[in-house]
Design a protein around this ligand. Structure first.
Ligand code: NA7
Length: 540
């Protein structure tokens, strides 16, 4: 006789930044019986998998954390302006222990399918271990960037050395003294390049698009700075939540075109000297991501720096982007300086494409075989949808979420989809474009409050209406069209992968407006949702 599924009140999928906090809220605040499933061998999500040399957050560490508990804010201090991967992972481990969450996180478990049963109002969740669970509420905290993307290159399976994607870096892989090749120069690739150049015998960088990279301005945090943050964290977070990107700096309100060329240069230089990619894009002027002229001014400034820093004019030329400065902003320590090292070679794959991978390395169109011991894919992810598409998710009437979404996903608020009652997606498609920890925290809190409200009124289901979902998605699309980001190919628009059409994946209105909208929805009695059904229908 088949075993009866184990019944839980709620299931959380993923134990990264979002899943850990979701488990805490549902179990410790709402008192639900919850289990979190995590495919990794440890907690941490992105920060569990991304152990490549140089991995770190590139948002100031004081803004790259939870802010829901003053004691937690006071007791955990970062040492440097940016937190490196091992420290972020240690922080998340600390949070898991602090709130006693470990016993309810099941590691090494991949959820393979979710199916909604309309008669009982429950989801059935199946794992790769053959286990079966039922739960009323399921929260996907799968991570917007967790499904690795590999380029199609002939001969990939023939390489005799070590191949690795940065998003699945083995703990024991040491590149010291090795001949290393890296494909990709996004946030990850540029971080890796700076660190790997100092370790490898030789580093060959295969660059498809040249990147705009500004200095990070990293360094130790002084005791006074830490003390000030401990004392004033409430004001700090209030300001961050009232901004657009929640990175913890003052965002500019003026156009780059409203000041003289000298003043523009002064502000750009000031930001360049202080460091931080988000600051350079959103702290110098308000319209770099929106106004082509302002964008060009910022882009020209960065190009002039590349010319100044990189000694070999041909390498400098290849490193200079000519397209819009409209991808997720990047900052790093000594990125362009790295190309002055004797052990670093830059290959522009637009000018000299990779034609095949051989057992010995990578062959480019000019006939060169770049010999490698390690080939690193820093080639990014199938963003937002990718991690949901890996699970067979069936809502009302057996409809598949993957098929329902197709090429262009829709959602209400990035958290709910019509036809999939009581399924919440933390940082699903069309969530707010912002620093992630505060954005995730906002959504987790809102989901917990919504579940609580539904339970208190005895409603068995929370479901986005088709109209609300359609309107939110259309609004996100319309808003995105005003951004120059919409004119470049990157994961932000899902167009980093050949063959995938450019589509809107974010709400670009900023975190303050997003939070205000969530508040309005609650005040209007969950406008755009139906809170329906009978909670007592629970079968087991
Ligand atoms: P990204 O930002 O998507 O970067 C991927 C990089 O890989 C980017 O430079 C791509 O070039 C490059 N790429 C992708 N496919 C190929 C092929 N086929 N050949 C050569 N180069 C290729 O991913 P990251 O991991 O760096 O960053 C993801 C996010 O994580 C980041 O924004 C942060 O939020 C944290 P392209 O520019 O598309 O021409």
């Amino acid at each position: 006789m088949p075993r009866k599924p184990t019944h839980l009140d709620s299931i959380v999928i993923g134990a990264g930044f979002a899943g850990i906090y979701m488990l805490h809220k549902l179990r410790n605040t709402l008192g639900l019986n919850v289990r979190a499933f995590e495919r990794g061998a440890g907690i941490g999500g992105t920060w569990h998998w991304n152990r490549y040399p140089g991995a770190a957050a590139d948002v100031d560490s004081i803004a790259y954390r939870y802010s829901f508990d003053s004691d937690l804010l006071r007791e955990w201090n970062w040492k440097t302006r940016y937190a490196p991967q091992p420290e972020i992972l240690a922080y998340l481990e600390h949070v898991v222990d602090r709130y006693d969450l470990r016993e309810d996180i099941q590691l090494n478990t991949t959820v393979e399918s979710l199916a909604y049963d309309e008669s009982s109002g429950l989801w059935t969740v199946r794992t790769d271990g053959g286990e079966e669970f039922t739960a009323r509420y399921v929260v996907g905290a799968l991570g917007p960037l967790s499904t690795a993307s590999f380029p199609e290159i002939e001969g990939r399976d023939r390489f005799a050395g070590t191949q690795v994607h940065t998003g699945a870096w083995p703990e024991d892989l040491d590149i010291t003294g090795k001949k290393v090749g890296v494909i990709g120069t996004g946030s990850t690739g540029t971080q890796f390049i700076g660190a790997a150049a100092k370790m490898a015998e030789h580093l060959t960088v295969f660059q498809r698009s040249a990147q705009y990279v500004v200095p990070a301005g990293d360094g130790p945090l002084s005791d006074e700075f830490i003390e000030d943050y401990r004392e004033n964290h409430k004001q700090f977070w209030e300001k961050a939540f009232n901004s657009r990107v929640a990175c913890g700096f003052e965002e500019s309100q003026i156009s780059a075109m409203s000041v003289s060329a000298e003043e523009r240069e002064r502000r750009f230089q000031e930001s360049w000297d202080a460091g931080n990619g988000f600051h350079f894009m959103f702290g110098t002027f308000a319209d770099i991501a929106f106004n082509p002229e302002s964008n060009d001014a910022a882009a020209s400034f960065i190009r002039s720096k590349i010319k100044e820093i990189v000694r070999d004019p041909e390498t400098a030329r290849k490193l200079m982007p000519t397209d819009l400065y409209a991808k997720r902003p990047i900052c790093n320590t000594d990125y362009y300086e790295t190309y002055n090292r004797d052990n670093v070679t830059l290959v522009s794959t637009k000018e000299n494409p990779i034609v095949r991978i051989t057992p010995a390395g990578v062959v480019t169109e000019d006939g060169t075989e770049h010999e490698l011991d390690v080939l690193v894919f820093a080639t990014g992810y199938e963003a937002m949808q990718g991690s949901y598409n890996r699970i067979d998710i069936r809502g009302r009437g057996g409809v598949s979420l993957k098929e329902y979404w197709g090429e262009e996903p829709s959602s209400y608020l990035g958290m709910a989809v019509n036809g999939f009652p009581n399924l919440f997606t933390v940082f699903g498609p069309n969530s707010v474009f912002s620093n992630l920890p505060p954005a995730l925290q906002t959504q987790v809190e809102w989901i917990a409050e919504t579940i609580d409200a539904a339970r208190k009124r005895g409603a068995g289901t929370v479901e986005a209406t088709a109209t609300a979902e359609k309107e939110w998605t259309a609004m996100c699309r319309e808003m995105a069209e005003h951004s120059l980001f919409a004119q470049t190919d990157s994961w932000i628009f899902g167009s980093n992968i050949p063959g995938k059409k450019r589509r809107t994946l974010f709400y670009f209105g900023g975190i303050a407006a997003y939070r205000a909208k969530l508040g309005e929805i609650v005040a209007a009695d969950y406008e755009g949702f139906t809170l329906d059904g009978d909670v007592s229908l629970t079968a087991p």
